[in-house]
Structures are given as structure tokens and as C-alpha cells.
Design a protein around this ligand. Structure first.
Ligand code: PLP
Length: 435
């Protein structure tokens, strides 16, 4: 499969090149040339297939021939080495738990898949690739963990000082080896801006191969379409009208769900559930797209003021606003509403959600008011203990830490403080000299 740039001013390119470069030379996001639907038999026989078989069939066309089929099988087996269970809360609401991976956030799948693709592409190279990534919380840990020990890849993570949870910070600052954490005096948008500026800086790009591991990278974005197929496999016999409520920040996850729909997965509707960062919620009401600086919330992985994948969603629905509205609703919720939802889920269903999942739950509830026959699946994008302070305070109960979290909590944080783009540049150039 070849990819084109959504800015339409760059040559089409291979999967490999799209992954290694991250962004097209015209700064556009890459998008697949075609999205051929899977045969009806794929969905008819989904009950007989393992998750790895489903994932392989679904993504094969997007990554071959650059990743040969046998290699792809191995990459998928290694990527999907944990569970993706559905928990049914009642007749109309389920949650899909995406937090059983090593860093307990859904980003593990994309990060592990991308790391293995890059490792394969780089198998004979002596030239080091530097993966530069800005994180609002969970990306950093997932990418650090996914890329740990991958040959020829150095990972540099920028995170906003004091704006990520204690556990998130530990997950991205304690690994060592080929992973470096930079603690930025600023907010997530400052981190993202610095990363973007680095990609545009010839003094850096002439000297090193930089790539991104944010969801703009096709190898991180596309594997997320697996989740929707895994949910379908578990629910389709019981429920016909499946809708998904996706706690959204950069809109990569929801956009991957829309790719699954394009592949033929019978998804009735998508709900983009947002915190106070509500650019898309407003867009669907006013048709005006107004990016804003992000504001801090208790669901910090969604504190994004200008979601980078929204342009891919526009492409999927061919920039047709009415078509978009037929497929997508969006709601925005305050921190107070989010906390009240956490408590409600706990009291009514004896289920402990995390703040992002709680926002997704609220999206389901609002949608179901007008569509009482639907079955709404909200994605539980992180384990509740990643947001321990909020969760324990709201439900007024101590929560047990899972093994993945216990393993990092007492480790020593190692991070370099930076406060400007110049600091980042100096750091990268110095690293380069050492190699
Ligand atoms: C990244 C993240 C999100 C937002 O996902 P997008 O693909 O950026 O929309 C939601 N919840 C959690 C826990 C996350 O880590």
C-alpha cells in the first residue's frame, strides 16, 4: 500500500517511508491511497478466528509488501500478548478494557506495533533513528516501553512538568537504556510545538534521522483499528446496533475505529467523548473549527487543543459535513461531571473506571437518551490506578496496584529539565556527537 500526504503537496510513498519519516515533506499526515473493504466472509467467520488472525487480515493490505507476511504475523503475535476483555455493565452499556498491556493504557498496542516495524526496517542499518515524541501522559510510557532495547532506535520523550500523574512520570523516566525523558517547563502543547519545530529544523534533520511516535505516525495509528474488531467479535451475537464512545484527545483512536468501519465492520455510530477540550464538539455544532490552547483536566491524556488526527477523519468522510454528522456525535464534560460519573459507575455497577473511561461512559449515556435501542461500548483507555489520586478520592476507597504499576512506583526518576526549543536542540546535537 502507498500513502499520500493530506496536504497533497508531496509525492506518494511506501508504508516504510511513511513510518520512518512520520510526516510528509509538506508537513501533511500520511493517509492510505485505498481502503478496500474486507470480504463479507471475514465478518461471517470472525468467531472462528483468533485475535491475531483478525488483526493480520485487517492490517495486511496496509503494510505489505514492506513488511512481508511472515514477519507481520510475528509482529502481531508479539504486539497482542495480552487480553482485550469486554465487561458488560448492563443491557445497553459495555466497556472494552484496553489497559491490560505493559503500561496499562491503550497506546501499548500502537507503540509495540510501530517499534517492531521500525526495528524490522532498521535491521541492517547502522544509522540510528531518533524517535522524538511529545506526551500528555500515556504516550510517553507506552512508547518508552514499546521501544525499550530496540536496536538502532533512540527515543526522546518530552513531557510537561507537573502535568502528568506520578505513575505516568515513573513509567517514562525510569527505563534507561535507549530511552531519554525531557521534563519540559510548560504544557503539552509546548512539548508538541517543540517536536514540530525540530522536524522543521534543517540543522537537526541534516544531521539525524528524526521520526515521530505520536498517532500521526501510520504505524501507531492503524493498529488501533483492531480494538473495534475485537469488541465486535465479543458482542455481535448479542447486540446488533453497536456504537462506540471513545474518550478522545488527538482523535487517533476514534479515527482508527472509522477505518475499521470503512473496512466493513458494522459500526452504527461513533461518539467522541471529550473533556473541557472541546474543539470537535463545537465543530459539530457550529461547523467552525477553532483550535484553542489546551486546558488541564483530570483526564489529562485528552488535554489537546488542536487534535492532529481530525484531518484524517475529514478525509475518511470526504470533507462532507453531513456525512460526518451521520457517523459522529460529540459531547464535552467538565471535571465535576467526570468525577460524578466515576462514582456512579462504581456505585451502580461495582466497576472502577478511570477518568477517561468515565468521560466515555457519559458519552454513552447521552447518546442512549436519543437512541434507546443501541448498545454502546465505551473504551476504557487506561487502568484506574494510573490516576490513583483522583480515583481513590472519588470512590473513597484504596485501590490495589497491579503488578505493572508496582514494578515502577519505587524506581528512581531520571529526567533532564528543558524550558525552550533551544534547550531541546542543544540536547539533541550533543547526543548526536556522543554516538
Ligand atoms: C491517549 C489517550 C486518550 C486519547 O486518545 P487519542 O487517540 O489521542 O484520541 C484517551 N485516554 C487515554 C488514557 C489516553 O492515554
Amino acid at each position: 500500500m502507498n500513502y499520500y500526504s493530506l496536504n497533497k503537496k508531496a509525492p506518494h510513498t511506501s508504508f516504510k517511508n511513511a513510518v520512518v519519516k512520520g510526516l510528509a515533506p509538506d508537513r501533511g499526515l500520511y493517509f492510505p491511497e485505498h481502503i478496500p473493504a474486507l470480504p463479507a466472509s471475514f465478518f461471517e467467520t470472525i468467531d472462528d478466528k483468533s485475535y491475531s488472525e483478525i488483526a493480520f487480515e485487517a492490517i495486511k493490505q496496509f503494510v505489505t509488501p514492506d513488511i512481508p507476511e511472515p514477519i507481520l504475523k510475528t509482529i502481531i503475535e508479539e504486539t497482542l500478548s495480552f487480553e482485550f476483555p469486554i465487561v458488560r455493565l448492563n443491557e445497553h452499556i459495555s466497556t472494552l478494557e484496553l489497559f491490560h498491556g505493559p503500561t496499562m493504557a491503550f497506546k501499548d498496542v500502537g507503540a509495540r506495533f510501530m517499534a517492531r516495524c521500525l526495528g524490522y526496517f532498521n535491521r541492517n542499518n547502522t544509522e540510528e533513528v531518533t524517535v522524538l515524541v511529545a506526551t500528555s501522559g500515556d504516550t510517553g510510557g507506552a512508547v518508552a516501553n514499546g521501544f525499550l532495547g530496540v536496536k538502532g532506535v533512540h527515543v526522546v520523550i518530552l513531557y510537561p512538568s507537573g502535568k502528568v500523574s506520578n505513575i505516568q512520570e515513573k513509567q517514562l523516566t525510569t527505563l534507561g537504556q535507549n530511552i531519554t525523558a525531557l521534563e519540559v517547563d510548560g504544557v503539552f502543547d509546548d512539548c508538541q510545538d517543540m517536536v514540530k519545530q525540530a522536524f522543521l529544523d534543517p540543522e537537526l534533520t541534516d544531521k539525524m534521522q528524526l521520526t515521530s511516535a505520536n498517532s500521526i505516525n501510520v504505524a501507531r495509528w492503524l493498529p488501533q483499528l483492531f480494538y473495534f474488531m475485537f469488541a465486535y467479535k465479543q458482542l455481535h451475537k448479542k447486540h446488533e446496533d453497536l456504537v462506540f464512545s471513545i474518550p478522545s484527545g488527538n482523535f487517533g483512536n476514534i479515527c482508527a475505529g472509522m477505518m475499521a468501519q470503512q473496512l466493513g465492520l458494522p459500526i452504527k455510530h461513533f461518539i467522541a467523548s471529550n473533556n473541557a477540550n472541546n474543539v470537535v464538539t463545537e465543530y459539530l455544532t457550529t461547523q467552525l473549527y477553532n483550535p484553542k490552547p489546551s486546558v488541564a483536566t483530570v483526564s489529562n491524556a485528552m488535554d489537546v487543543g488542536n487534535p492532529s488526527n481530525f484531518i484524517r477523519i475529514q478525509e475518511i468522510y470526504k470533507n462532507d459535513f453531513e456525512e460526518l454528522k451521520r457517523n459522529l456525535s460529540s459531547y464535552s464534560y467538565s471535571d465535576d461531571a467526570t468525577k460524578a460519573a466515576l462514582l456512579e459507575i462504581y456505585k451502580q455497577f461495582n466497576y472502577i473506571a478511570d477518568p477517561h473511561g468515565a468521560v466515555g461512559y457519559l458519552g454513552c449515556k447521552d447518546y442512549l437518551k436519543d437512541h434507546p435501542d443501541a448498545h454502546c461500548v465505551f473504551l476504557e483507555t487506561a487502568h484506574p490506578t494510573k490516576f490513583l489520586d483522583t480515583v481513590e478520592a472519588v470512590i473513597d476507597k484504596k485501590v490495589d496496584l497491579p503488578a505493572q504499576i508496582k514494578a515502577v512506583i519505587d524506581k528512581k526518576k531520571i529526567a533532564t529539565k528543558i524550558s525552550s526549543y533551544e534547550d531541546l536542540k542543544r540536547f539533541l546535537l550533543a547526543e548526536q556527537k556522543q554516538d
